[in-house]
Write a protein that binds this ligand. Structure first.
Ligand SMILES: NC(=O)c1ccc[n+]([C@@H]2O[C@H](COP(=O)([O-])OP(=O)(O)OC[C@H]3O[C@@H](n4cnc5c(N)ncnc54)[C@H](O)[C@@H]3O)[C@@H](O)[C@H]2O)c1
Length: 426
């Protein structure tokens, strides 16, 4: 019998799941219904299903979510809506007796995380949070090296993440730019990074201190730099034509079908100027975390960098590991990706305390994130093999990965260190 899935939220990320089900996993899985507040986006998802030779599935307005569950009685609900609504759909599915797969972040604050944890206990249903970064071969390799005691006890970690002027800037055009929707980058984006740290060192955060500012995006900052003209949205705007931060929603099929054509039924404008005055998230962040078993993390995130990726080093009782990953290299001011891929780097080096340093081989597979995405999808929809790295993330992993960011947000607001145990009762 095929496993039957319904999906709530049919925007940009959704197709990663429903297309995998409709193609690679069509023997074991099927998508049976969509739910969203935009009929246009659901119709587009159905068009893509048809392109893959599948039948259209019934669509339900977001006000008919419970009705969809009653009508279709699926095996799983997949949640790919905006972050602020994840908890609502997760909890309502569990209450009705369904297991859930949710995109990250599991949710955006400690109250909603507690409600999910309580619902899981009350209903006995399961929640899986899809942390695809864990499956990228370089990230799994770090877990292996630390697990195998290659550098002994990990006393400290230095981790800097760079978001570039293309992908990084996009957070400041979309719903993510308001903290009420995304929890800010420390939750929305750093949930991946803090989950990686929890996974790598097999520990959870204890105390968090942070600073954060909006230094580059936003109107005030553009004014300070002497920007001469401003606009509300880029598509159709004269002023946007010379702005390297503008995107044109007519420039590709997905942007047009999912967002431009859906403006009437969703009210959502996806191409807002990154230099507008209602941005409530930070673009420059510094966080210090002490973990349960004693490790100290120093973390930074900057969202206006010339390249995208990360540097991370682990300092241990027997040596040091350094990893550098450049995911996207230089983009020129016209938005063209110069020499795309040419500067991309993935390297892991081990520096034993009293021995020669050496490079660690990273074996990649086909597909996104160095072959990690297909492994995760197989884990979800195929016939998974036992995983020696335990990469499948539970609701507890989902909660612990956001709590570093939630605590960091509180620390930025209060100027005080925050104890994670004071935020949640697991
Ligand atoms: N793991 C990853 O690498 C990755 C990458 C991208 C996005 N994501 C996650 O996927 C989720 C969706 O992001 P996206 O980029 O597709 O955003 P998006 O804006 O393209 O899509 C969000 C969808 O949610 C719908 N929606 C909004 N409010 C709703 C409500 N109350 N009820 C039902 N539907 C509602 C919107 O109409 C839209 O179709 C986010 O949680 C994001 O964090 C994860």
């Amino acid at each position: 019998m095929k496993k039957r899935y319904v999906q709530v939220g049919t925007g940009g990320r959704a197709r990663f799941f429903y297309e995998a089900i409709a193609t690679t996993y069509q023997e074991t899985s099927e998508i049976v219904g969509f739910c969203d507040l935009s009929q246009t986006r659901m119709n587009y998802a159905n068009t893509l299903l048809e392109r893959h030779g599948q039948k259209k599935v019934p669509t339900y307005h977001y006000t008919e979510y419970d009705q969809m569950l009653d009508d279709l009685d699926p095996d799983y609900v997949i949640v790919t809506t905006v972050d602020r609504s994840h908890h609502d759909y997760i909890i309502r599915a569990m209450e009705k007796g369904y297991d859930v797969i949710s995109e990250k972040p599991m949710t955006i604050d400690e109250g909603k995380a507690q409600a999910i944890i309580d619902a899981e206990k009350r209903t006995g249903k399961s929640l899986r949070v899809t942390f695809n970064y864990r499956y990228a071969p370089h990230n799994t390799k770090i877990r292996e090296l630390i697990r195998d005691n290659v550098i002994g006890d990990v006393f400290s970690i230095h981790f800097e993440w760079l978001l570039n002027t293309e992908h990084g800037a996009d957070y400041f055009r979309r719903w993510h730019r308001n903290k009420v929707n995304s929890g800010g980058l420390l939750v929305h984006k750093s949930t991946h990074h803090f989950d990686l740290v929890n996974f790598w060192i097999n520990s959870y955060p204890k105390t968090v201190f942070a600073f954060g500012d909006l230094n580059f995006y936003g109107m005030k900052n553009a004014e300070k730099r002497g920007v001469k003209s401003f606009y509300y949205r880029s598509t159709g705007s004269e002023a946007a034509k010379n702005d390297p931060f503008a995107i044109d929603l007519n420039s590709n099929e997905e942007l047009k079908e999912l967002y431009l054509k859906a403006e009437n039924d969703s009210g959502y404008i996806r191409d807002r100027s990154v230099f507008s005055d209602d941005i409530s998230i930070e673009d420059t962040l510094g966080v210090t975390v002490k973990y349960d078993q004693g490790t100290i993390l120093t973390y930074s995130l900057n969202a206006y960098m010339p390249w995208e990726g990360f540097n991370v080093s682990f300092n241990g009782s027997k040596g040091r590991i350094e990893m550098k990953v450049v995911e996207k290299s230089y983009i020129n001011a016209g938005g063209d990706k110069e020499n795309e891929g040419a500067l991309e780097v993935k390297s892991i080096k081990v520096f034993p305390m009293f021995d020669e340093p050496y490079e660690v081989e990273i074996i990649e597979g086909e597909g996104g994130h160095g072959g990690g995405d297909p492994v995760m999808l197989n884990d979800l929809f195929g016939t998974p093999e036992p995983d020696p790295f335990n990469r499948a993330a539970s609701h507890i992993d989902g909660a612990m990965s956001i709590l570093t960011g939630v605590a960091a947000n509180k620390s930025i607001a209060s100027g005080m260190p925050i104890r994670v145990n004071d935020l949640i009762n697991l």
